[in-house]
Design a protein around this ligand. Structure first.
Ligand SMILES: C[S@@+](CC[C@H](N)C(=O)[O-])C[C@H]1O[C@@H](n2cnc3c(N)ncnc32)[C@H](O)[C@@H]1O
Length: 255
């Protein structure tokens, strides 16, 4: 289960695999007993429904439910590729780049902290009377907007073009927080009381080294879901949300 939490793509593959066994079995049983179009519809509906149910049962983040639903439909489209125009695929590719450009480059996909996590971060800032906060790789900026307040400065940095644009616009409209199109690794953390990240297992060792080198003693690094390898966290908070979000807290002691 922990492995699936760290690599949700394993859970997504399991969900599609289990659903495929049932839906293909059903296709064999029903073949010839109903019109072909109705058969395709039933098989697709079973595949999508089961894949979503398994994804839900595995407590994967909500956006994996969308993947579970869209994957069989995308596959059906690709199998009919020859008879379809090419431009929708070009457009889909562009959209994927604009939102997910960091997935291949940094091995960090786009998934978002839920409301409970954002509220927990706000509570943590209040409890510590912390004044400065940054979300490294802020996605659509939800946590930044939740934490920002009159007596607290909240920043977010993001490099995926469309994701940044949406975060920047939402932040401007709400007048909460400051969103910058900036790389995590070029961001100075020395003024931050709390640095928050929800990335992937891949950059955690490098991120901890950066935080340790730059953040002042007494400040805090918080990682959503992904622990720093071989470093004991100061605290682990488990939230009572559906996915039982774990927050790993690392108290900074200076370089
Ligand atoms: C898993 S999402 C988390 C979004 C947000 N922090 C939240 O909790 O809702 C990670 C984000 O980090 C961004 N990201 C990954 N590597 C980055 C980098 N080197 N510089 C800036 N942003 C990066 C991705 O584009 C993605 O939007």
């Amino acid at each position: 289960m922990n492995r699936i939490r760290q690599f949700p793509i394993l859970g997504a593959a399991l969900a599609q695999g289990l659903a495929a066994i049932v839906s293909l079995g059903l296709a064999v049983i029903l073949a010839g007993r109903m019109p072909p179009l109705a058969l395709v519809f039933v098989v697709l509906a079973v595949q999508v429904g089961l894949a979503m149910a398994v994804t839900w049962r595995l407590r994967l983040p909500v956006w994996w439910l969308w993947i579970a639903a869209l994957f069989p439909l995308a596959l059906a489209l690709v199998l009919n590729l020859g008879s379809l125009p090419a431009w929708p695929f070009g457009l889909a590719f562009l959209m994927i780049y604009l939102f997910f450009s960091n997935t291949a480059r940094e091995r960090v996909p786009l998934y978002l902290s839920n409301r409970q996590t954002a509220e927990t971060m706000l509570g943590l800032m209040r409890e510590r009377k912390a004044k400065t906060f940054i979300d490294l790789g802020c996605g659509f900026g939800g946590v930044v907007r939740a934490v920002a307040g009159e007596d607290r400065q909240a920043y977010g940095v993001e490099t995926a073009p469309m994701t940044f644009l949406i975060a920047w616009l939402l932040s401007r409209l709400a007048r909460r927080g400051t969103i910058m199109r900036q790389d995590i690794w070029a961001t100075d953390l020395s003024r931050m009381d709390v640095t928050y990240a929800f990335l992937s297992p891949e950059p955690m060792a490098q991120l901890y080294a950066k935080a340790k080198a730059e953040m002042a003693p007494g400040s805090l690094l918080v990682s959503n879901s992904f622990a720093v390898p071989d470093v004991e966290p100061s605290e682990i908070w488990e939230l009572s949300d559906r996915r039982k979000t774990q927050l790993f807290l690392y108290a900074m002691t200076g370089p």
